[in-house]
Design a binder for this molecule. Sequence first.
Ligand code: ADP
Length: 202
Amino acid sequence: MLRVGLTGGIGSGKSTVSALLVSYGAVLIDADRIAREVVEPGTDGLAAVVAEFGEDILAADGTLDRPELGRIVFADESRLKALNAIVHPLVRDRSAELEAAAGPDSVVVQDVPLLAENRLAPLYDLVVVVDAAPETQLDRLVRQRGMPEDDARARMAAQATRDERLAVADLVIDNDGPLEALAPQVKKVWEELRRRAAVTRG
Ligand code: ADP
């Protein structure tokens, strides 16, 4: 098994790259998605969040009221810590489960937005960085995702710089160009990952 950390700034094209890797045969572990799954209605995770934050944290339909939770935890670091203490171990366990279920020959790709920021590179056999210029990221966030420009700039400023990410990369995917240029590069990276997975096994 080859364990790959995939990262890139917001709007760099991580989700697009991970979808391509999955189409070639990678096993994707998406931490953001798992973080949502572990607090779906009926889970122990949601029960623990309600025990900590109270019933007011639920929307009328019984799901977690994320905007309300966001307002609470981003205004108070101790509340954010309390939330992370519930969610992080659940995400870790679920990720480990998914990894254990992947075969010995598999390439397991973890989508880790804050890999550089949290110095997580040592957790992976290999780090792949999706790279785009900040102007390109901004343009995609504002024009394609409809994010207000100030929000997009603030989110980008809260992340590592382009150089900081490139410094932890083993392989770089250049996604500053058009979409047509992306798939052939991801295919090449995929072939390299397969090759390395075979070596790891051998
Ligand atoms: P991330 O997951 O890194 O935040 P996404 O993969 O969601 O980024 O890409 C951000 C937006 O830019 C999406 O709307 C996506 O379709 C678009 N996008 C990704 N790569 C390109 C590209 N090379 N050219 C144009 N648009 C792109």
